[in-house]
Design a protein around this ligand. Structure first.
Ligand code: AMP
Length: 211
């Protein structure tokens, strides 16, 4: 099964992608996570991407398409995969078509801009393993350190309120048109993002039902 999660930054795509990955036994692929790792280790791609990502801008299509092409060629993608944060522009979606990838279903998690802004201020991440938490909706066990490795949780640079507003604007301009793109292909399912992660998961699994 090939699934794609669409949604504004902070809508909960990553969380639902991880849950679906466990459930269906296929990898969740986050271009954002791949880019953050490249920035951390200082690869040439990371150095090129840093300025865009930290300002909340999109990394150029050519770079991201290269990343996804390489990732989808890996063995663990043979039985399917879940895309989280790719494609993010119509040009990227067309590139995916050109790679011969046909998605089975695209789930768009719908959350208002107002809720996104308040949610993002509470997001905390582990710089070591990339795990994502929320001070209110998905706290780690002690609220301060990562459940996986005990590292102190931090706020992503691009989660500051002014960067979030610019990321939302980019989402509406560049990414939201993908809803029409996948609606026209008969692939789009809308899920209302809920306060509780488990409630969004229930609706997401319903939307994926029968797939
Ligand atoms: P995310 O973790 O999905 O919120 O992504 C974090 C950042 O990585 C984004 O704000 C972009 O700078 C970059 N990024 C991730 N995926 C893409 C993509 N498909 N196209 C362009 N930039 C991306």
């Amino acid at each position: 099964m090939k699934i794609m999660f669409l949604g504004a930054p902070g809508a909960g795509k990553g969380t639902q992608a991880e849950i679906a990955s466990e459930k269906f036994g296929i990898p969740a692929i986050s271009t954002g996570a791949i880019i953050r790792e490249a920035i951390k280790t200082g690869t040439p791609m990371g150095v090129a991407a840093k300025q865009y990502t930290e300002q909340g801008a999109l990394v150029p299509d050519s770079v991201v398409i290269g990343i996804i092409k390489e990732r989808l060629e890996k063995d663990d993608c043979k039985n399917g995969f879940i895309l989280d944060g790719f494609p993010r522009t119509v040009a990227q979606a067309e590139a995916l078509d050109e790679l011969g990838v046909e998605l089975d279903v695209v789930v768009s998690i719908e959350v208002s801009d107002e809720k996104i802004v308040s949610r993002m201020s509470g997001r905390r991440v582990c710089d070591k393993c990339g795990a994502s938490y929320h001070v209110e909706y998905k706290p780690s066990k002690d609220g301060k350190t990562c459940d996986n490795d005990g590292c102190v949780l931090t706020m992503r640079k691009d989660d500051s309120p002014e960067v979030v507003l610019s990321r939302l604007q980019i989402y509406h301009e560049c990414t939201e048109p993908l809803k029409d793109f996948y609606l026209a292909k008969g692939k789009l399912k809308l899920v209302e993002g809920q306060e509780e992660v488990a409630d969004t998961t229930r609706l997401t699994l319903e939307a994926l039902g029968g797939k």
